[in-house]
Design a protein around this ligand. Structure first.
Ligand SMILES: [Zn+2]
Length: 139
C-alpha cells in the first residue's frame, strides 16, 4: 500500500516536471518566434511598407517589447504606449490599437496614428539615454 502510494506520487511528480519542462521549452520558442516577427515588423514599419500582419499584444509583451512607438502624421509628434498597461485581449493585434489612438495636440480632429516600431524602451527612456550620452560626451 505504502509502496503503491509512493510510486503514484513519484509518477505524478515526474509528470508535473515533464509538463513544466515542456512549458519552459514552449515559452522559449514563443519568445524566439516573437522576436523574429517583431524584428521583421519593425523593419517593414521603418520602410513604411504595407502591413501584412501584426504581432499580438500578448506576444510582444512576453518578448519584452513593452512599448509601441506611434507618430501623429499631422503634427509629427511621437510618443510611446506601454502595452502592459492596456486592458486589451492578449491575442489582439498591435495594429488593432490604431483606431483607439489619438494625438492629444490634434484632438478632436486627430488623424489615425502611424505605428513606428515596437521597442524595449519608451521614448522617455530613450531621451534619458541620449541625455546621459551627451553629458558623458561633454566630459
Ligand atoms: Zn498630432
Amino acid at each position: 500500500m505504502g509502496f503503491n502510494r509512493r510510486k503514484m506520487e513519484d509518477q505524478r511528480r515526474q509528470a508535473a516536471e515533464k509538463e513544466a519542462a515542456s512549458r519552459r521549452a514552449t515559452d522559449a520558442q514563443v519568445i524566439e518566434d516573437a522576436e523574429h516577427l517583431i524584428g521583421a515588423w519593425n523593419e517593414r514599419q521603418a520602410k513604411q511598407m504595407p502591413m501584412l500582419l501584426s504581432p499580438t499584444i500578448g506576444a510582444v509583451v512576453t518578448a519584452g517589447y513593452w512599448f509601441l512607438w506611434v507618430r501623429c502624421p499631422a503634427c509629427r509628434s511621437t510618443s510611446s504606449i506601454d502595452l502592459r498597461r492596456l486592458d486589451r485581449h492578449p491575442e489582439a493585434a498591435v495594429s488593432s490599437l490604431i483606431p483607439a489612438l489619438s494625438c492629444r495636440s490634434c484632438r478632436p480632429n486627430a488623424p489615425f496614428a502611424e505605428l513606428v516600431r515596437l521597442s524595449r524602451t519608451s521614448i522617455a527612456d530613450e531621451m534619458r539615454e541620449e541625455h546621459r550620452w551627451r553629458v558623458l560626451g561633454d566630459d
